[in-house]
Design a protein around this ligand. Structure first.
Ligand code: ATP
Ligand code: MG
Length: 469
């Protein structure tokens, strides 16, 4: 035991690694030493023979690797970038892994900045492109954890084999050197890619305990790749699902956002449901997956979102979460109206109650909350199609998002097709066309009457006293 500890503390490093890697900062805490399997030699593949074309690597990633290598460091494209190139998909972004420490990286790139605490990385900017550069990390066996085994800090530098062993799936642990046309594969990721299998590296249950978010990642990658989840990777999830409760809300939110913006959001949510990961874990998912009347709207919304992502268009998080929570807002809004509250204050109250409830688990950022609030609060204003109201509405900063949202409601059968068509013509129309539209506005299109709110609005849509009505 003592010999093992000494071996680990004074472990020999491969040439070129000793100088770059910072000393291990955390002392071993009695955890098991890395398994033999974690220290294996990589299989080497010629990247071009695996179907990767170097032309598909953006110059930003290429230059990052070149600069690091010219300065004596190792540098590889890792993670989703390599995986997706091998799968013939368009990678969302390119990450680079290196044995240079974050400080050394920032010194080499003028436009770079150090970010993160739990997980320090460097963002290197090239015009509008950004490359995330991370330093090889040690295995987490001696890391600081919470009572359930969740790793709290992960900034202990290690060598490349260790870095590979601490990645999540075999297909995410491939290292591609675009200059040398080489892939280094420590965990048979290339074979798993060919077999179309999603396999967790190491002991899956321990890996989920270290970081319960990996369970969500399993669902996301299974949906994205269409791969089968290898049995021992799938088996522990059902039992360990409640560990998601220990993950900080902000982290959960980030991962949910990745899942929803993956271009396979519907399939990912279905996958979560199949693995028993949605129930009682994320209030949001209960809402989405278990409200029968909400399902049509959410399905239309997510199908649209996926289409946009696959076309390479961006999706605003505010819009996305506004669509996911709208049914809940709508139901509460209707209940309040039925109880005699007037429509506009009732809407704001419904919004507040939904956001309070959801915000407690998923730490949705304030900026995103503000966007959601505006998109929702603008919806009743589409009903007002008389006088100056439509002109004021299209001048609103969030009009475009609110309009897209209204069209979604039309497509889901919740608002009339006539309303959608009217607004589409109004936007496209010149002054004469708009005048004509206002003249043939259907009867009863003055929209909900506004009353003063009982209490100050938190939204941007506090109706002005002269506005429509
Ligand atoms: P995407 O295409 O969605 O960006 P990705 O595989 O690049 O997929 P990221 O979240 O960008 O996913 O992470 C980059 C890489 O970092 C992963 O491929 C994986 O190797 C590693 N990684 C990320 N999160 C974890 C985690 N929770 N546990 C272990 N490894 C992780
Ligand atoms: Mg990535």
């Amino acid at each position: 035991m003592i010999k093992k500890l000494i071996d680990r503390l004074f472990r020999r490093r491969a040439p070129g690694e000793g100088s770059a890697a910072a000393p291990r900062s955390a002392a071993p805490r009695g955890a098991a030493p890395p398994q033999a399997a974690d220290r294996r030699e990589p299989t080497r593949y010629k990247a071009s023979e695996q179907g990767i074309r170097v032309e598909d690597v953006p110059s930003s990633a290429m230059r990052t690797c070149e600069t690091l290598q010219k300065n004596g460091f190792k540098a590889f494209v890792v993670g989703g970038g390599v995986r997706d190139l091998l799968l013939g998909l368009r990678p969302k972004d390119f990450d680079v892994a290196t044995n240079a420490t974050p400080d050394q990286v920032t010194k080499l790139f003028r436009r770079s900045r150090l970010i993160g605490r739990r997980f320090q990385i460097v963002h290197v900017m090239f015009g509008r492109d950004m490359i995330e550069v991370s330093t090889f990390r040690a295995l987490q066996t001696d890391a600081e954890t919470d009572a359930h085994g969740r790793v709290l800090r992960d900034n202990v530098w290690g060598d490349q084999a260790e870095d590979a062993a601490r990645r999540d799936f075999t297909i995410n642990a491939l290292y591609y050197d675009p200059i040398a046309d080489l892939i280094l594969d420590y965990h048979d990721g290339v074979k798993d890619l060919h077999r179309r299998v999603l396999r967790m590296i190491g002991d899956p249950a321990s890996r989920y305990r270290e970081d319960p978010v990996r369970m969500l990642r399993t669902a996301r990658f299974a949906a994205k790749t269409g791969f089968a989840i290898e049995e021992s990777t799938r088996a522990p999830i059902r039992e360990l699902a409640p560990l998601i409760h220990n993950v900080p809300g902000a982290r959960l939110f980030d991962e949910m956002l990745k899942l929803l913006q993956s271009g396979h959001s519907l399939e990912s949510l279905e996958q979560l449901r199949r693995e028993g990961l949605h129930h009682g874990l994320l209030p949001l998912l209960d809402v989405i997956l278990e409200q029968p009347d909400g399902e049509r709207f959410v399905k239309v919304a997510l199908t649209r979102t996926d289409e946009r992502v696959l076309e390479g268009k961006s999706i605003s998080p505010g819009f996305l979460f506004a669509t996911l929570l709208w049914q809940q807002v709508r139901v509460r809004w209707e209940q309040r109206c039925a109880a005699g509250e007037s429509p506009i204050p009732a809407l704001h109250d419904a919004i507040d109650s939904v956001l309070d409830e959801q915000g407690s688990k998923l730490a949705i950022q304030k900026r995103i909350i503000a966007d959601m609030r505006e998109i929702w609060a603008l919806q009743p204003r589409f009903e007002r199609r008389t006088g100056g109201a439509p002109f004021r509405l299209i001048e609103h900063l969030r009009f475009r998002a609110a309009y897209d949202f209204m069209i979604l409601r039309v497509d889901a059968g919740e608002a009339s097709a006539e309303l959608g068509a009217w607004w589409t013509s109004f936007i496209d129309g010149d002054a004469d066309a708009r005048k004509a539209l206002l003249e043939r506005t259907p009867a009863g299109s003055a929209g909900p009457r506004k009353r003063r709110r009982r209490r100050p609005s938190r939204g941007a849509d506090t109706p002005a006293p002269d506005d429509g009505g």
